[in-house]
Design a protein around this ligand. Sequence first.
Ligand code: GCU
Length: 630
Amino acid sequence: MLKKLGLIATCIFVYGGVSLAQVEITPTRPEFVVANAASRDGQDLSGSWSYSIDPYRDGLYGFHGSPSGYGHQRFAPQDVDIATRRAPSALFEYDMARSPRVTLPSSWTNHAPEMRHYEGLVWYSRTFEAKKKRGERSFIRVGAANYTARVYLNGELAGTHEGGFTPFTFEVTDLVKSGENNVTIGVDSQRTDKSVPPPVTDWETYGGITRPVQFITTPETFIDDAWVRLDPDNRHIRVTVRLDGPKAASQPIQLSIEELGIDLREETNADGIWTAVFPAPERLVRWSPENPKLYDVTITAGEDDLAERIGFRTISVEGEDILLNGKPVYLRGISMHEEELGRDPSRVMTEAAARALLTEIKDGLNGNFVRLAHYPHSESTVRLADEMGLLVWSEIPVYWRIDWEDEGTLDAARAMLAENILRDRNRASVILWSVANETPVSEARNIFLNTLIDDVRELDDTRLVTAALLTSQSDQGDGEVARVDDPLVTSLDVMAVNTYNGWYGNVPLAEVHEISWLSDHGKPMIFSEYGAGAQAGFHEVKNPRKFTEEYQAEYYRQTLAMADRVPFLRGMSPWILKDFRSPRRQHPIYQQGWNRKGLISETGERKEAFDILAAYYRTMTETSDETSTE
Ligand code: GCU
């Protein structure tokens, strides 16, 4: 359920007969944010669940499309075995209790061999014990379910959600009972042209419940959302807290940051919201990759309290520079998909799995930046970036061919954006919100994306907005020239471009270093993608072909030489850290369903190009250390 709190701005856009007649100007907000949900009371429902596939959605609709009948409702808390013993003539064509069991969270790709390429609806079910208490509220929260989900508790529908990469929470206070409860979730990976992303991407769908499901209990009035940050002026700390419940209004509230001697006591307003601004203490250490300092922050209101670990830093742009805590920073990065190491990943990104990958970036590549592509990654990964000291690009999957003129598609994208920002806006590591990747320029697209950009600015005035763009390129006789001429740039803080000269396109690899870049925007640019495929272990020293490590290595040398000649370049996140699954990549020898542009293979083997980028970043840090000590 989404809250529509805002005003309606009437703007008429008519093109191709379809109109985005009315665009709600206030961002969509999820009904519940449940800030730092992992710290909440309740139960983590990870573990053993039964599952049942439902390719024809029989559990929802009967043969003429009417709601499914008694014997097909897999969400019903029914022990079919007992029911049929009691009524031998009863017909059930499912039995969740005796269905195969799997461990969640995990995509269903490795539940069974036949599930590897399954697309469609799967029902998951388990029971859990709960004790219903007076004055206590209960929620079911799902970290992520790809792509649409229906959540039932004890046979009652608690809510539905669209979007495979952001959390959603439904209140079940009236549905929960003392004793055994049955939670059933129907997850459908099917996407249409109106989905975000659309059906065709360059990554594995990984349908299913890919992040933890929680049963959460809170006091009647609880702290639903809390945002504590350093103002862009680098001198004030600002707090915004939103209580949810009957005693939200005029509620005494306290913020404490013991290490800084901060102990603020005030009161919420009539809407249960508290905002405060106060000078940042002299001794406040600014968070940075070199010193990822986090503070323990506690907020108390009524019977509820919320603990958070927060870093304070500013990120801004000045001309062609990106400034971290007021100083120019170069983003030494790499892109990454949410896919753990191994030959048979199923998008189980545990903290350990994320740490293995982020460590390869920080310690292996000497990086300080990671582009989490092309969708919001797990909250635990972003919190780890806070702890480890990695700057983060966070993105929603507005990718390639979106239905720009469909209002439902825009609503879905706006909801994902809000869910992402509200989940992670306390994370110091996150510096960039990206609203799109490689989207074709059109009026409808520009309006769609500008709506998202406005939402970002409304939801978070402390971070930078970007999008991964394509550029035009031509040879006017004095060598290849790439131009950043996407009209969307005017709305962005940082220009980001994906460029694949030497891999895609006709520019010979040996000439890539000569390519020049032009921009009259006076803004910083980052290479959000560049890369070449290589199968680990495939070597050819003389005239190396594509997919050899040698070709990929030379590709990096050429591209880095080109990068050195781009005066407004302030960072990069080459494509990509690790080989990843993609149904689009079916070369029988070099790909076998994997995109091989990783600098490490799917099992973590470093390719030659890894060392080239690592050396390039090491030199950069050494040089900047020298200049900063001079
Ligand atoms: C694109 C796209 C990626 C894709 C990559 C590739 O730029 O953004 O999602 O994987 O190219 O072709 O490897």
